[in-house]
Design a protein around this ligand. Structure first.
Ligand code: ATP
Length: 291
């Protein structure tokens, strides 16, 4: 039995941090959005109970450090049974980029293996246990547009935004999520994103209302440390973007355009200036995180 799944990337249309909990986790309020950029995973049953992971990206671990493995283990622990599989990952989502690339692969693995094992768990149950594999994994199982609260595990589906063209560019730098959260000065933030206003704009199908409220408090840490992010945002705005924002803890920038040509021109300029090698013109994707 062979199963193929596309695992989609996400962006944060808005990202607020509410407080730091006693246990060190941060409580967030984010608008998550699936984008039309995906990894592809192929699953094939093995006779034994081992998981063998293969990928075309040499930077990724193929052992238990791969998030695919972590997702599978969470499923196996919950069901009390295991299944061996050869898993081939074709990686397209930029790595360590703020696009939940690893989390979406873990989500795809949980969905696929659960399916191949005869569906012992419902999708709702999978979403509940997925947080053990990572804060963004429950959302990646759900997909589409969602409000994410708590540490990312409290999810409310939202109306999807109207069609638009997206430019996604990952600068060639590495940003550590831990560094960004550790250096966030919550008490110094002058203002917080209007997430409730964005939810209302989504309900109205008001693209300008959405883009006018695109804000990410983590930019206050990542942009001063990596000015290239600000430069990419500037180029996007100069080329006609309705708005541009860093996704997650960065360094990926996404920009929303109403004209595809403008998005392409911004992408060309970013490449020409040598600010990023990983540039995609894409769009918002529908309600399925992994299909
Ligand atoms: P998030 O938006 O959830 O913070 P991210 O986009 O910043 O995620 P990932 O691409 O998920 O970051 O990768 C984070 C780390 O996880 C990398 O250092 C990478 O080596 C490791 N990793 C393990 N498995 C995977 C995988 N399947 N895909 C991507 N990264 C993986």
């Amino acid at each position: 039995m062979k199963l193929v799944k596309n695992a989609y990337a996400k962006i944060n249309l808005g990202l607020d941090v509410i407080r730091r909990r006693e246990d060190g986790y941060h409580e967030v309020k984010m608008v998550m959005q699936t984008v039309d950029l995906c990894d592809t995973l192929t699953f094939e049953r093995r006779e034994d109970e081992e998981l063998h992971i293969y990928t075309d990206n040499k930077k990724l671990p193929c052992d238990r450090h791969n998030l695919i493995y972590k997702g599978a283990m969470v499923l196996f622990e919950e069901t009390g049974s295991r299944m061996g599989a050869d898993i081939i990952l074709t990686k397209r989502i930029p790595i360590a980029a703020g696009m939940a690339g690893g989390s979406t692969d873990a989500a795809a693995a949980m969905l696929a293996l659960n399916e191949m094992m005869g569906q012992p768990l419902t999708k709702e149950k999978l979403m509940k246990i997925a947080v053990k594999a990572g804060a963004d994994v429950p959302y990646c199982i759900m997909g589409g547009t969602a409000l994410s609260e708590g540490i990312g595990e409290i999810l409310t589906p939202l109306t999807s935004p109207p069609k638009a063209h997206l430019l996604v560019a990952k600068p060639d730098i590495d940003v550590s999520t831990a560094f960004v959260y550790q250096n966030l000065r919550l008490q110094d933030l002058k203002k917080h994103p209007d997430i409730d206003g964005m939810v209302e704009a989504l309900k109205r199908g008001d693209l300008k209302g959405i883009t006018d409220r695109m804000e990410n408090v983590l930019e206050t840490v990542t942009i001063p440390a990596h000015p290239v992010i600000g430069e990419i945002k500037e180029i996007c705005r100069a080329k006609g973007a309705m708005n541009a924002l860093m996704s997650g803890s960065g360094p990926t920038v996404f920009a929303v355009f109403d004209q595809k040509d403008d998005a392409e021109r911004a992408g060309e300029k970013i490449r020409e200036r040598g600010l990023s090698q990983e540039v995609f013109v894409t769009g918002f994707a529908g309600t399925e995180g992994c299909v």
